[in-house]
Ligand binder design. Structure first.
Ligand SMILES: Cc1ncc(COP(=O)(O)O)c(C=O)c1O
Length: 413
């Protein structure tokens, strides 16, 4: 019996995993060029790199337009505002995601309606969506979570039937494709994040993608203080916009990141496939099977499931603590249901539209999404993408650490 590192044994691994974020001469040179140009300012005018980046990024994913913005939270708010979602309108969201997905409707005084995720992939369960639609429903925000994509075929069908707008939250899904169509190009909008933990990053940043010219113009105006292309301060705004611009320095970094996206996505997808195969060796751990309609996997977080019963009753988080001591730090409660998050402190005093549905505040006993709760507190294990950017030996270490703990569960009692 091997002694677990948690109890003083030798850890499986002491080396760090691949460094990230990644960059090379492309980012270095582009940053320096912008620096020396003394032209650092905000998208869109008078700058050019952010426009270039938005156009290339959107085209890569098959959308006609891209609009850079300050982050992947504001991006969803911009899309909701561009289609005229108003105070009191309802927006269907999954709870098993970052708070921004539900926070975007709240921030325009709309009402998020939580619909549980599917146990197959932890993405919004289309079979539950229709029952949640009311005369006030205007939009659905499915999240492509981890390495999975929400069932866009079914969701678009439901949206068409009920005349709803679909905003794909693609914060995890740069470079992924669903039946040959890029993330963010299937719904009416895509929303991307370039925050520091994401697959492509400039520290912060976001993007809205769309193939609708009117939506594009509106989003750009909303993100640029109501200004309207192509003028600069010479048009009346048609909506009341705000400043959600990114700088030319961010765009310089993002152009470099985009140049690497295709290669890195394919590399990680291979690593994810390898891990899926190897996880078969470990009873009690089951990877999520990718939907066959995903034609390019975007592995941001590789999620697999923990079966406590098969693990001799040891709770997931105890197991993960032991795996971390072996040198492999994985996430358990990466997300908890949004309505249980202390960060999602949404009150009717501040956002009056929620009162009718939820009373004084959103968190409460009115919402029950059992699949999300089980994923958050018992079942899901998240492996962050830098783990997939290293060598096969890194992946073997991950498996070795998981297997070692699984084979020595009695030591955790
Ligand atoms: C699923 C999801 N949606 C939206 C966001 C918000 O992106 P940002 O941090 O750029 O505002 C995040 C970021 O963590 C996310 O993970």
């Amino acid at each position: 019996m091997e002694k677990l590192a948690l109890l003083g044994g030798q850890p499986v691994r002491t080396m760090p995993f691949a460094p990230w974020p990644r960059f090379d001469e492309r980012e270095r040179e582009a940053l320096l060029a912008v620096l020396e140009s003394r032209n650092w300012g905000g998208f869109p005018a008078p700058n050019t790199r952010a426009r270039q980046f938005a156009t290339r990024f959107a085209a890569y994913h098959g959308a006609q337009y891209g609009i850079c913005c300050s982050n992947g939270s504001i991006s969803m708010e911009l899309a909701l505002r561009a289609v005229g979602v108003e105070a009191g309108d309802e927006v269907i969201v999954p709870p098993y995601t970052w708070i921004a997905t539900a926070g975007a409707p709240v921030h325009i005084n709309a009402v998020p309606v939580f619909v549980d995720v599917s146990p197959d992939n932890y993405c919004l369960d289309p079979e539950l969506v229709e029952a949640a639609i009311t005369p006030r429903t205007r939009a659905i925000i499915p999240v492509h979570l981890g390495a999975s994509m929400a069932d866009m075929d079914r969701l678009m069908e439901i949206a068409a039937k009920h005349d709803l707008v679909v905003i794909e939250d693609c914060a995890h899904m740069h470079g992924a494709f669903w039946r040959g169509r890029g993330a963010g190009s299937i719904g009416h909008f895509g929303s991307f994040s370039f925050q520091s933990s994401k697959l492509m990053t400039a520290g912060e940043g976001g993007m809205v993608t769309t193939s609708n010219r009117e939506y594009y113009e509106k989003v750009e105006s909303l993100a640029n203080c109501s200004r309207k292309e192509p003028g600069y301060d010479s048009f009346d705004g048609f909506l009341f916009g705000w400043n959600a611009r990114i700088s030319e320095l961010q765009a310089a970094v993002l152009l470099g990141q985009l140049a690497r996206l295709d290669e890195e996505t394919k590399y990680r997808a291979k690593g994810a496939q390898y891990l899926r195969e190897r996880l078969k060796e470990i009873p009690g751990l089951t990877p999520i099977t990718p939907d066959p309609r995903i034609t390019q996997e975007g592995a941001y977080q590789f999620i697999f499931k923990y079966d406590r019963e098969q693990m001799k009753g040891i709770p997931r988080d105890t197991f993960l603590k032991a795996v971390a001591a072996e040198g492999v730090d994985l996430g358990g409660s990466f997300y908890i249901p949004i309505y249980e998050s202390p960060l999602f402190n949404v009150t009717a005093a501040e956002w009056p539209a929620i009162r009718e549905r939820y009373g004084d505040r959103i968190p409460g006993n009115k919402i029950d999404c059992p699949v999300s709760s089980k994923a958050a507190y018992e079942e899901a294990i998240w492996l962050h993408y830098p783990h997939l950017m290293g060598t096969q030996a890194d992946l073997d270490d991950i498996i070795a650490a998981l297997a070692k703990v699984q084979q020595n569960l009695d030591q955790l009692r």
